[in-house]
Design a binder for this molecule. Structure first.
Ligand code: BES
Ligand code: MN
Ligand code: MN
Length: 473
């Protein structure tokens, strides 16, 4: 149809699109820190206004936390093709540690790199820049292609970086408007998300599985106060020693997780998957080298990609207790704590794993110790069937937009609500992302390659048209 006019428009307007994204990035929408609550709302309103300007009906929907940007576009008159749900998040991770940034995190900077120019700012790739790849494609269709070619509902949330704790309730409430009889035009058919990565800067990717997450904080209590380690050491339980011992028990010598029942529901990797992944010729050396490492690590019997994409993990993310000031202080702390996360793969159930952990840790306690386990949120793993018709449309679109076949991959990261699209709305999800491994997601100097921004816009422009041409299933 008018795809080439739309692609030309995107090219001619690219600098303006970078300016628009930069404006949005200047709003520090840090969702975890209450001090940024007004900024989160401002970032949401910024997007709602932009969507409104291109023919969407857009509003902010309040939740117990930050608002959701909810927007709808009916598509062309008389449209009877599929209706897609586009999801992303406008919230960003805290920028700390600030001193490690080369430029202020909320003052976007254009910097030259090996792949050309890049935009450096918190949220550049995760996820504001990726949301804007889609928004710019809609704008271009509106301005140069005779209108947005398919029916779209946008759900852009503000709490992904703190576990999407209010999204299940939101989806339950908004369900009639998205997939019910009240859905404007027709119910949604599938979801599209841009919050993942490409294979490399020239090679697009479609992610068909994300890992899930259980995040727990363990508080181990012993004596009622801190004690002299000479007078009490060896005669009373030391919560730090005990916590370290228990954490040490979580893995065996093959780096498998010892929690009873942990692997019971793990969907094993298929022979086809393992062969296909081996053929990808993933550069383990480069991946490790970029992190300052030279040797592989992890569960015995699996390659790096298999460990990252298809196997569950357990990691301590932080540990606290005792004296950590200057010099020595001989003391037995009355308590110690650790933040422990499990990344889960299909078909593990986060609730079951959390319950197993609570039961197991009780059984490991030394006499005189007491444990408290606090839940910091869960996300279920997700898996999209690779033979879904929208998947074929996405592969064709990426090939047309970028001139290369897309790699079908999984990802080690998590997007907690994606599984909810399936379980609450009955929708499969296409994860089409434009990030790179070295984008420093969640780290200082987060960046988005302008080449990726451009390819993302082009891909969505082509994809919208191809999805519109699919039969409703
Ligand atoms: N966009 C990321 C997840 C991601 C990154 C998936 C790269 C695939 C490739 C998302 O914003 C994220 O950071 N998720 C968190 C979830 C957590 C905060 C509940 C994660 O994976 O740790
Ligand atoms: Mn993200
Ligand atoms: Mn993130």
């Amino acid at each position: 149809m008018n795809t080439s006019a739309v692609l030309n428009y995107l090219d001619s307007q690219f600098d303006a699109s970078v300016e628009r994204l930069s404006d949005w990035l200047r709003i520090p929408s840090v969702s975890t820190d209450p001090a940024f609550k007004p900024d989160c709302r401002r970032a949401a309103q910024w997007l709602a206004d932009d969507l409104q300007s291109m023919g969407f009906t857009a509003s902010l929907r309040d939740t117990k936390g930050h608002p959701v940007v909810f927007a709808h576009h009916p598509g062309p008159e008389g449209y009877d093709g599929p209706h897609l749900l586009f999801y992303g998040h406008y919230d960003v991770q805290p920028p700390d540690p600030l001193e490690l940034w080369d430029s202020p995190p909320f003052d976007p900077a254009i910097v030259e790199g090996p792949h050309g120019k890049r935009l450096v700012a918190r949220g550049a790739v995760d996820d504001k820049g990726q949301v804007m790849t889609f928004v710019e494609a809609c704008r271009a269709w509106n301005k140069a292609g005779g209108g947005v070619p398919c029916r779209i509902t946008c759900v852009i949330e503000g709490e992904e970086e703190c576990g999407s704790v209010n999204m299940h309730e939101f989806l339950e409430q908004a369900r009639p408007e998205i997939v019910g009889r009240d859905a404007p035009g027709s119910p949604c058919d599938f979801a599209v998300v841009s919050d993942t990565g490409m294979w490399d800067v020239n090679t697009p990717a479609i992610t068909y599985s994300l890992r899930g997450l259980v995040y727990l904080e363990v508080f181990l209590h012993g004596p009622s106060r801190d004690l002299h380690s000479g007078l009490y050491g060896g005669c009373v339980p030391n919560p730090i020693n005990e916590l370290a011992r228990i954490i040490g028990l979580l893995h065996d010598g093959d780096r498998r997780i010892t929690l009873p029942g942990f692997y019971d529901d793990v969907l094993p990797l298929t022979k086809q998957e393992r062969e296909a992944w081996a053929e990808l010729d993933f550069d383990e050396k480069e991946f490790l080298g970029e992190a300052g490492l030279s040797q592989g690590y992890g569960e015995k019997g699996y390659s790096l990609l298999e460990r990252q994409w298809g196997r569950p993990t357990c990691d301590v993310n932080g540990i606290k207790g005792g004296y950590i000031g200057q010099g020595a202080k001989t003391v037995i702390s009355s308590s110690a704590s650790a933040k422990i996360s499990f990344r889960l793969v299909p078909n593990q159930d986060p609730k079951k794993i959390a319950a197993a952990f609570r039961k197991w840790i009780e059984s490991q306690l030394a006499p005189g110790c007491r444990v408290e386990v606090v839940d910091h949120g869960i996300g279920r793993p997700c898996l999209t069937p690779i033979d879904h018709p929208a998947m074929a449309a996405a592969r064709a679109a990426l090939k047309q937009a970028m001139g290369r076949d897309a790699v079908l991959m999984r990802s080690g990261g998590s997007i907690p609500i994606v599984e909810g699209f399936k379980s609450i709305l009955g929708l499969e999800t296409l994860l089409i992302g434009f990030g790179l491994n070295d984008d420093r997601v969640h780290s200082p100097n987060e960046k988005f390659e302008l080449a990726c921004f451009r390819n993302g816009q082009r891909s969505h422009a082509v994809l919208l048209n191809r999805l519109a041409g699919l039969k409703r299933g």
